[in-house]
Design a protein. Sequence first.
Length: 302
Amino acid sequence: MKFVVFAFFLISMPMLILAQSVSDPHFVMRLEDPLYPAKDGPVILYDQYHHNAFTLGGQFKGFADVVQAEGYQLQNHNASIDRKVLSKAKIFVTVNALSHPSDWNLPNVSIFKENEIEALYRWVHDEGGGLFIITDQMPSAGAVGCLAERFGFNVINGITYHKDGQAELFNRDIGNLLPSAVTDREGHTVNQLRCWGGSGFIPPEEAEVFSVLGNAYRIYLPSKTKDMERAIQHDIPYISGRNIANGALLECGNGRVCIFADASPFTALLKGINSKKQGMNHPDAGDHVKLLRNILWWLNQQ
């Protein structure tokens, strides 16, 4: 029997801003063509063990709404990861994992123990599991670096910055959203995504990249989270976004991996005192629900 691990790592913006964000109560998810209309889809375990900041009833409720509308069985999980744990589910989700619950300055060491990383790798590679890593800006990127590296991804522990200050759009016209199994699924084509600050990664050669940063972006490398609380200080070191991906797929042995470097596309939030929409509820994000559904579908094609 083949399984899927769906690992979801994210912080969608500096933590002080996250504290001012709430789930959008007006985001209601109804699907006309769910994969599992009887609600008997594969079990998805949602990680609450690794200092995860987002909860299914809180800022990640929009994600939960989509997953449950598709008919998956979504459950919280609050224990270490091992093969026995993974055998109970087809999908494993970990969102917003952090090295430490309150100290986010460097160094951001791996929160996943070596035995957990190896259990995930062997389960994916040998038993046909699927791993979906959504990482985000520093400090989350550092916290998941060792896990991502086990699958060949070099996650950059920084924060993306669009040099012209405009909305972070990824679409076919710009050329930073690429054809792939999760953007070109028949009947569920994804033509545009929007991000709200994240990170990026260098993928292995065999990966199928579906979104890239490019020359329009810099990735700043702060050592302290206070450097991200408001505007990025331009004396902070940075690298170019050229040849840096923020979304990719990988077939790994018998299993599959998907990684995305921003959490916001899979939320549905109201942010700040003006309740600005952010995530799947935003006008620019009409294809975000399709992307999430496509990723889950792709991870199940084994």
